[in-house]
Design a protein around this ligand. Sequence first.
Ligand SMILES: *Cc1c(COP(=O)(O)O)cnc(C)c1O
Length: 225
Amino acid sequence: MTDPGLGERLAAVRAGIEDAARVAGRNPADLTTIVVTKFHPASLIRELAGFGVRDIGENRHQEAQAKASELADLDLTWHFVGQLQGKKARQVRAYAQVIHSIDRPSLVQALGSDESSVDCFVQVNLTDQEGRGGVDLPGLEPLVEEVVATAGLRLLGVMAVAPLDEEPRRAFARLRAASDRVRALAPDATSISAGMSHDYAAAIAEGATHLRIGTAITGNRPTPG
Ligand SMILES: *Cc1c(COP(=O)(O)O)cnc(C)c1O
């Protein structure tokens, strides 16, 4: 089942990203676009790879694991962007090269390893509600210190999802401030994972380095199975 619109949507988003980078005075080469393919079949990821996509994002462990195994012949980088259960942490580590959603100390412990290293982001909650995924801002430094002190984790930076009820650029400005705080503790953690289909331009304006884009490229998601 090939989708004739896929290449066009991908090209349109790539052009949109270049435009937003230019407006922000940034080099598009400094941006990594992760295509979020949750709920879509592995065949769609194979098509994306044919268009030169290398970074794939997934948010559910079992689905991601199955796709990564089916597509092991492709040289893809798998980004885990969803909420992560501690008891699944080691399994996710086995196929994901980047984990975007570290949000609590118990997860740091579960992901640590003396044998291998995984790239990761600390997820920040930009809403004022608890339980939305992400550490709240007062908890940021303690969590970062824990990540930095744990073997097997290489901290790339901060990640967030913009709240629905706020102008995204304002929210991403708070994320940028959080990034500055993190860099004071971990100078190499300069990356910012932010920006989805509807707000990537705002994220680029506020310094995002890793964009996580789904529907604008893939089309609407099939209903979750
Ligand atoms: C699904 C998802 C995205 C992509 O969302 P779109 O609106 O489809 O672009 C980005 N980040 C996370 C954490 C997601 O779960």
